[in-house]
Ligand binder design. Structure first.
Ligand code: PGA
Length: 251
């Protein structure tokens, strides 16, 4: 069985390297784990320095561009991230989709990441839950289009993060998702993958994200079918994040 994976998505925080170093140092001092993987995804700028602070954590980026080099102003390529010792990269986060990123672009980014040896953490999730259960179709389309043309052998390197946008901590009038909501979608995503790639294929880890904190993490890991969690707001709080790590390690 693969290790459980806890991902910290710092988003566009904090605003200085000094604060970033202080945050990671605090979490490192409070956390001891062997059974799980913990991946910290800071803004690009801090990757190099944070790598020197602690070897406990793996590093990930929050996005990647699909070309290797050249005239792409403002973009960061997969080989650049590999050179900074990033091992993972979040691709297709709902906040990037909101800025216009499409499944086709996400697909190209996943392929580039895999080609250069990065492990993609692919985010999927509906913006709302409608009574007709159309949200299943939304997630199905995302999974299929994002993974289009990915070869079977690479599938096990992926992590798929199910993040219902209506449950994110930053969504206005948000609602809490339950472990049952997560479990249902984990099973559904596994079914899409086995239909597409065959049952014998090594499957990605499927994790849950959306306002996960030290109180809710146990439910998602125990009853939500999730092999890990992706945390945003809670990952910026060293007490909360180290508690999340402790709970995941204890299972
Ligand atoms: P949240 O963020 O934990 O603050 O809801 C998760 C995410 O957006 O990835």
């Amino acid at each position: 069985m693969s290790k459980k994976i806890i991902v910290a998505n710092w988003k566009m925080n904090p605003v200085s390297l000094k604060e970033a170093e202080a945050l990671l140092t605090k979490v490192a001092n409070k956390s001891n784990f062997k059974k799980i993987e913990v991946v910290v995804c800071p803004p690009f700028l801090y990757l190099e320095k944070l790598n020197k602070i602690s070897k406990k954590f793996k590093l990930g980026a929050q996005d990647v561009f699909y070309e290797e080099r050249g005239a792409f102003t403002g973009e960061i390529s997969a080989p650049m991230l590999v050179n900074l010792k990033a091992e993972y990269v979040i691709i297709g986060h709902s906040e990037r989709r909101k800025l216009g990123e499409t499944n086709a672009e996400i697909n190209k980014k996943i392929k580039a990441a895999l080609f250069f040896g990065l492990k993609p953490i692919v985010c999927v999730g509906e913006t709302e839950r409608d009574e007709n259960h159309e949200y299943f179709e939304v997630v199905k389309t995302q999974v299929k289009e994002c993974l289009n043309g990915i070869n079977k052998e690479s599938l096990g390197k992926l992590v798929i993060a199910y993040e219902p946008v209506w449950a994110l901590s930053t969504t206005l009038e948000r609602r809490d998702a339950t472990p049952a909501d997560s479990h249902e979608m984990v099973i559904f995503i596994k079914k899409i993958l086995s239909d597409k790639f065959g049952v014998k294929t090594k499957m990605p880890r499927i994790i849950y994200g959306g306002s996960v904190n030290e109180k809710s993490v146990l439910g998602f890991l125990k009853d939500g079918g999730a092999e890990g969690v992706l945390t945003g707001a809670a990952s910026l709080n060293p007490e909360k994040f180290s508690e999340i790590i402790k709970i995941a390690e204890s299972l």
